[in-house]
Design a protein around this ligand. Sequence first.
Ligand code: PMV
Length: 344
Amino acid sequence: MIFKATAEAPSNLAFVKYWGKRDNGLRLPTNNSISVNLSDASTITSVEFDPDLKEDKLTIRNNTKPIEPEFSKRVFKHIDRIRNLSGYTHRANIQTRNTFPSGVGIASSASGFAALTVAACAALELKLSTKELSELARLGSGSACRSIPDGFTEWIACDEEQRSYAIELASPSHWDIQIITVIVSNQTKQISSTIGHDLAKTSPFFQTRISAMPVRLETLRSALLEREFQIFGRQTELEAISFHTIAMTSPMQTASGWNSGIYYWLPESLEIMLAVQNWRSGGLEVYFTLDAGPTVHLLCLRNAVPQVLAAIHEIESRQIERKWDILINSPAKGARVIKTEGNL
Ligand code: PMV
């Protein structure tokens, strides 16, 4: 008998970032984080449990590089978790594809593990609540828990029952903000977010960031719920710089030598960040945020999109033959099953 399901999950962009864990194995974060699901950056995954398979199999469809053994191991470990919940022992054939490049600052692990969780659970007919799916996805990749509920979400670091999962703060239609994602490089980042999380506590500024977190969360959450774009944009931008400050002041020893910190930005990222400051002083209301990669996400209201795009193209054209990939994202629904076949 063959059990199969296909799920689609969005990547998400954090306005308040998850950076640093209080438990590595369980992927429990130090602080709550707030994000939005992205309409134009998702992962589509099908999982088929097949009695004829001798071992789990992973295929990444539009991948240009070979799959790293560490990554396959992480995926199979996640499938084991789900299999153990169901009691079934069949091996899984996993096929997945991203609609965007991975490792460039768009959280492909978020959409990937959210889609994997939902597809595998559906294939095994596990009836889990959104909260349970979010907790399960979190064990695969922390930020994946935020790709399970719809729209704008908050990841609760730890509730009264010591549980950690994301909840929907507002539906995708709550606020039509636009996220213009400028992919300035397709190179995979040098230092993974897993390493970055581990090193965060070594920054002398980490405790300062954590102490300021309750106010940041409250201010940003209410600006989001009240649709106060200026407060929201300013807090998002301040928060991105706070997160990168921690990364840049987390020293590390690598195989090739010692570094004083992790720099996820490229010169082009900074070029755009400085340009945003200029555009704002010229009256264009736009803010930036960056995750663990050089990709710059620009936030604006829908009516500002044409102006923001024209402004980006203007800086892009300052260097001959420079071509950036640009995605225009709206708030989106969370992970969902898009097809089932051969279920029990
Ligand atoms: O879930 P991870 O390990 O890929 O960490 C995500 C970290 C950031 O993208 C930098 C911040 C966030 O909250 O998404």
